[in-house]
Ligand binder design. Sequence first.
Ligand SMILES: *[C@@H]1O[C@H](CO)[C@@H](O)[C@H](O)[C@H]1NC(C)=O
Ligand SMILES: [Ca+2]
Length: 330
Amino acid sequence: MAAYVNSNMKLFLLFIYCVCSAEEFNAQDYLRREHTLTKPYQGSGMSVPLWDFVGNTLVTNSHIRLTSDHQSIRGAIWNNVPCYVRNWELHVNFKVHGSGKTLFGDGFAIWYINQRMKMGDVFGNADKFVGLGIFLDTYSNHNGPHNHQHPYVSAMVNNGSLTYDHDDDGTHTQLAGCEAQFRNKNYDTHIAIRYTQNELKVSLDIDNKNEWKECFTVKDVLLPVGYYFGVSAATGDLADNHDIISVKFYELDNDADKDSQPYTGLPAAKNMESPRDRVDENKGSYIAGNLTGWKLFIVIILIIIGLCVCGVVGFVVFQKRQENSRKRFY
Ligand SMILES: *[C@@H]1O[C@H](CO)[C@@H](O)[C@H](O)[C@H]1NC(C)=O
Ligand SMILES: [Ca+2]
């Protein structure tokens, strides 16, 4: 009897131990320091370990300001350790704020690309990039109505051949996107980018509820290992403060992948979203829609006329027969 209780007790303790150590493992061992940026940012000197800065980027005790609320400036931070983790999740705690009530911009981008520190016109980074870009676009450059509101979060995968089209807010090259009111909040705002088994999932925590809400998921996204993480921002005629508070990188690799070779080809994505309708295309389909409406109307009128003719003819024939039968009887 005693032995029985004892073994049960052992099992119970083992169970408790497993649960506790599993939790510890989740919390600690998955966070990879070499791709992470948290406070305090500075090491011994002015430099920040593992991360490099370009453009107007400014490091303070509480945040890393990629751009201040001034026109036509750019800034970026770049992790200087290439990423060889295949399945990962990146959490970025950010703050976009400024004095503009209705006019502000342009936004910022989170990158996983092959070349670091190249400044350019895509939210501060060079165009024709090779890799993944997640855009948090605060300003609609589109002339005329969009199918969506701004701020807008979207993803683009590029093998170096595509150009980001600002005039369309990148809608013709995006994989997917969602609207997100993340600007001028007096609480913490976060974005999570999860890449597992060739699936890209972007979630947001911007409602002060401390929970992730899915923005979009795209399957069949191929990203090679060995690229770099970075965050860049730009202002143009319109401006905003684009602040990064932290970047946390979690490894999600599992044993199932251990036997296969990691992907080393060019970035590729199958499910590029079909281009959104432009305004003139919309007008075209509107007229076309009306024409089919008219055609349908005419067809219905013809059917009604046809039925009336049949009815009248039938009635006349019926009358004639009645008369004929009367004539026979009388
Ligand atoms: C690069 O991407 C473009 C557009 O998605 C595609 O048409 C082209 O075939 C790709 N090139 C290579 C070498 O994969
Ligand atoms: Ca834009």
